[in-house]
Design a protein. Sequence first.
Length: 136
Amino acid sequence: MPSRDRDLAASEAMIPSASRAASPGTAPAASHPARKAARHAASPPALARGAGLIAYLAVLIGVAAGIYIAWRQGGGHVAGQGGVIAGTTLLVAALVRLALPRRLMGLLAVRNRGTDAVTLLALGACLLTVGLVLPG
């Protein structure tokens, strides 16, 4: 059974050059000034980026501190304190995510507001419960 590639004529098998592929009179999309302006207008201002970074770093430092306390101190009451710190930080992050608009949340705004808040609330409640239940 012959191969399809061998059955094609030489002119049909060639890929058209870029000059023939584009229709005459059309310019590439990147050269339109309106699209460039829209791209730059969509970027958040420096203040919003800074606020989002501060919120993200505050949550990251709070959770990392709680995990470090729980891990470094071994077990028992101090490990429970680490879980309480990390869980409380996540619960506060969930409340902040509900209160602030997306442009001020930075990297804490991953999905829509409800999904982010429910995820942070669930993780924070679990860590807080574990921190409170651990024997002291």
